[in-house]
Structure formats: structure tokens, C-alpha cells
Design a protein around this ligand. Structure first.
Ligand code: NAD
Length: 453
């Protein structure tokens, strides 16, 4: 039987995906698919994740449509050859970087923003002229099934495919030959993906996770910091790759900060967050049990309430937990926020640097020198200063990790660039044919070389 990669390669080889008109139409169809099926998609997200519809709209619908509309607007520009300078030795000539697609791309997505994390990379691949296979996450099963039904209805199935399934189906896909694999998910599977890619020397983009720290300096505006941290943490019930994982707060302001955090939770979700329509649920019983396990033996300063039947865990704050405990040694990916006191921001920097490079880092400080110190002495995939999450909403800031948190950045121009080969082409004129570089290498020629090179 022909594999999906082979079937799409046939279309790609015929040149189906090359014309800008085809790419534009596919991107427009993607937008149309989201707009015409918004209610059904939001309801699928609500079933899978209890995702509040406003959150679903902002993060899984509008985020995608705005990225895709930008790609449509810039399609010509981002696929135009770029002129670059030519050195004297190669003259007469002109040099260009001609963008070309890579071929057939595989996009593997996780469950936490199941529409955004599948469609944004796929749209980038299409905008660059590739054929693409999308593999949504089986964990967000209802959204995955709906996308599986919608994508072939709206998009050209001979070059845009969607394959549903779990580990066996993904394993099968990974055995096929692709020209790029774009994987979003955890680092363990990231390694499986990269290992599989080695066989065909397929380049990979790995969008992984990890523990994203927040540093709260003593100079921070605590009320604003608490609001912004609470928003970034409890959005999607903490199931966000760039969610604040833990807070390192200056001990002088710790109590005041925790108090502000409690107030922010109350303002956002009311006395009983379980009754709030603005608060999501944990994706599956397995993920619920893992998070409950992280809470075992702890005494939350705020929250800690849960309900197994509805996979609810309240916004939970743990204060000064043991740094050796499990909650401080694996990505939390849920609504639990450890707050750790440090004696100075210097200590916070040392703690961050003793751990893997995070996907995101947040620093809250009014003192600009502190911000500069944190920026210059730490490494992270991306940073928001005096805020959380928002750096990823700017299409002019490539989004991705470094080291354990991944490789390769996307969004905006970078999200198309990742699926292009910028083919260097030097074209020489034939009217002049200077003999300088040709043998015999005379002393005069050498003298000229030594001057100009
Ligand atoms: P997941 O369980 O949905 O897995 C992701 C994908 O990998 C799925 O499509 C799944 O089918 C596939 N998969 C799972 N096990 C596999 C295996 N053994 N072999 C082949 N394929 C396999 O999602 P997850 O990994 O639980 O997602 C959460 C993680 O993703 C967190 O670490 C989070 O930080 C990270 N994440 C990163 C980003 C980012 O943009 N950097 C975004 C969202 C999530």
C-alpha cells in the first residue's frame, strides 16, 4: 500500500503545491474552516479540556486565523528571491537566495492547544509550498476527530493530509520519509522523533517544554505581577507550554506577593473556581492522577481542592516547597504553582542556571538593572519582562526553545522560513571574463589577491 508520505510526494513532485495561487487558496480554506466551524470547534475544546469558550477563541481560533492571514498577506514577499551582495572575486555576477519548499512535511501536535499547535505549523509549511501531513493528538480526542473530518473537506487532500491516532500511527508515520518533521510535545517523545529522523537525515523542529521560571524581584510591582502571573499560570488550567512553572521571589516581598496572588485568583475565578466559567479542566484521568501525585504530602497555601469526576484541580499555590521534591523536578503542566523564596535576584539567577534552559523565562522588576542582569546572565527560549506568555503572541518574535526546551523557532516570517530552503544562486555574466583567478598564478596576480582578499 502507498504510504501517505509517498502519496503526497507524488503531488509535490508534480508541482501541485508550488503555485502561490494554490498556497493562497489552501490558507484561505483553513481560515474558512475555522470561521465556519467555530462553534463546533469551541465545543470540542470544551469537551476535551473544559476550555472556556473565550480562551478557546483567543488561543485556538483567533491566534491561528491571525497567523494565517498574515501569511496570506505576505505570501508573495516571503517567497520572493532575496538579492545579496557579491564579492569582487566572483564578479561579474549577481547573487540571490531563492526560497524553495522542502517537500513533504510532517507536523505532530500535542493536546493542550490542539488546533493552534497543529494548524499554525501546517500553514507555514503550506505557505512555503510544501505538502503536509498533520497528526493531531489522540489525547484531545474530540478535537482531533473533528479536525480529521474538517481538514479533508476544506483543503486539498492530494497535498494536505490529516492522520489521526496515537503511538502506533505516529510510529508508522515516523517510519516514512519526510523532508522536515515539526514536533510539539514532551522531550521524551522529542527524542523518539529525532532518532527516527536520523534514518533519512530529516531535519527536525522540536517545540518542547520544561520548567519555565518566574523571577519576582523586590522592586516588582507586586499587584500587577501577581495578576499577570496568575493569568499566565491558570490559563487552560496551567496546561500551557510557557506557563509559569514556579516562582522565585525575593524573601522580602514573599508574603505580600502570595497575598496578591490569592487576591488575583479570587478576582479571576471567584470564591469557588469550580463554579467559574473561566476555568478549564485537566485533559484526562491520567494527567489528573499525575498532578494529584505532585500534591501528595504538600500543604497548599492557596487551593489544593480537586474533584476526580470532573478532573478539576483548583488554582493551587505551594509556598517554599522542598527543592528536591517531584514538583520542583518535573514540568508541572497543571494548575500548581510553587513559590520559592530567594535571598536575592542573584540567587534566583543561580538557581535558573543550575537547571535546563527553559522554554520561557519571566522577570518582574521595576529596577532596570535587575532586568538587564537577568537577561544577560540567563538563557531561555523566550522572555516576557513584567508579563507572562505574551512574547509568543508577537509574530515578529520567533517562538521556540533552546537545549532541553527544543530547537527552531516559528510564528510569522520564521514560521514560513523554517519550511524553506533558501537556495543560494550565483549567476555570472559572460560579457566579461577577467583572467585574474585563472592560472598561471603570476606574482602580479598574487599581489592583487593579497590586496583585495
Ligand atoms: P501528547 O501526549 O499529545 O504527545 C504529542 C504528540 O506525540 C501526539 O501527537 C502523540 O500522538 C505523539 N506521541 C506520543 N507518544 C509517542 C511515541 N512514543 N512515539 C511517537 N509519537 C508519540 O502531548 P504531550 O507530550 O503530553 O504534550 C505536553 C508537552 O508538550 C509538555 O512538555 C509541553 O511543555 C510541551 N509543549 C510544548 C509546546 C511548544 O510550543 N514548545 C507547546 C505545547 C506543549
Amino acid at each position: 500500500m502507498t504510504s501517505v508520505a509517498d502519496a503526497l510526494r507524488t503531488s509535490y513532485d508534480k508541482g501541485l503545491t508550488r503555485p502561490l495561487a494554490w498556497r493562497k487558496h489552501q490558507l484561505e480554506q483553513m481560515v474558512k474552516m475555522l470561521e465556519e466551524n467555530e462553534a463546533a470547534l469551541l465545543s470540542a475544546l470544551a469537551t476535551d479540556l473544559g476550555k472556556p469558550s473565550v480562551e478557546g477563541f483567543i488561543t485556538d481560533i483567533a491566534f491561528v486565523t491571525s497567523e494565517v492571514k498574515l501569511m496570506i498577506k505576505k505570501l508573495k514577499k516571503w517567497n520572493k528571491p532575496e538579492r545579496v551582495r557579491t564579492p569582487l572575486v566572483a564578479m561579474p555576477a549577481r547573487s540571490r537566495l531563492i526560497p524553495e519548499p522542502l517537500g513533504v512535511v510532517l507536523v505532530i501536535a500535542p493536546w493542550n492547544y490542539p488546533i493552534q499547535l497543529l494548524l499554525v505549523p501546517a500553514a507555514g509549511a503550506i505557505a512555503a509550498g510544501n505538502a503536509v501531513v498533520m497528526k493531531p493528538s489522540e489525547v484531545s480526542a474530540v478535537t482531533s476527530a473533528l479536525l480529521g473530518e474538517l481538514v479533508p473537506k476544506y483543503m486539498d487532500p492530494s497535498a494536505v493530509a490529516i492522520i489521526e491516532g496515537g503511538i502506533p500511527e505516529t510510529t508508522d508515520l515516523l517510519e516514512q520519509r519526510f523532508d522536515h518533521i515539526f514536533y510539539t510535545g514532551n522531550g521524551t517523545v522529542g527524542r523518539v522523533v529525532m532518532t527516527a529522523a536520523v534514518k533519512n537525515l530529516t531535519p527536525v523542529t522540536l517545540e518542547l517544554g520544561g520548567k519555565s521560571p518566574v523571577i519576582v524581584d523586590s522592586s516588582a510591582n507586586l499587584k500587577v505581577s501577581a495578576h499577570r502571573i496568575a493569568w499566565g499560570k491558570w490559563l487552560n488550567a496551567g496546561q500551557t507550554c510557557v506557563a509559569p512553572d514556579y516562582v522565585l521571589v525575593d524573601e522580602k516581598v514573599r508574603d505580600a506577593f502570595v497575598e496578591e496572588l490569592g487576591k488575583a485568583i479570587g478576582e479571576f475565578y471567584g470564591e469557588n473556581p469550580q463554579a467559574s466559567e473561566s476555568y478549564a479542566r485537566i485533559v484526562s484521568p491520567r494527567h489528573f492522577d499525575r498532578l494529584k501525585g505532585l500534591l501528595r504530602g504538600t500543604t497548599p497555601a492557596i487551593g489544593g481542592v480537586s474533584d476526580e469526576g470532573t478532573r478539576y484541580i483548583s488554582p493551587t499555590v505551594l509556598v517554599d516547597v522542598d527543592l528536591e521534591s517531584q514538583v520542583m523536578n518535573e514540568e508541572i503542566f497543571g494548575p500548581i504553582l510553587p513559590v520559592i523564596s530567594v535571598s536575592s535576584t542573584d540567587d534566583a539567577i543561580s538557581y535558573v542556571n543550575a537547571h535546563a534552559h527553559p522554554l520561557a523565562l519571566y522577570v518582574f522588576a521595576e529596577n532596570k538593572k535587575v532586568v538587564r542582569e537577568v537577561l544577560s546572565r540567563t538563557t531561555a527560549g523566550g522572555v516576557t519582562v513584567n508579563g507572562t506568555i505574551l512574547h509568543l503572541t508577537n509574530p515578529n518574535l520567533p517562538f521556540g526553545g533552546i537545549g532541553e526546551s527544543g530547537m527552531g523557532g516559528y510564528h510569522g516570517r520564521a514560521g514560513v522560513r523554517i519550511f524553506q530552503h533558501m537556495k543560494p544562486v550565483l549567476t555570472r555574466g559572460t560579457k566579461l571574463d577577467p583572467s585574474l583567478t585563472y592560472p598561471p598564478y603570476t606574482a602580479r596576480k598574487e599581489k592583487i589577491f593579497r590586496k583585495v582578499l
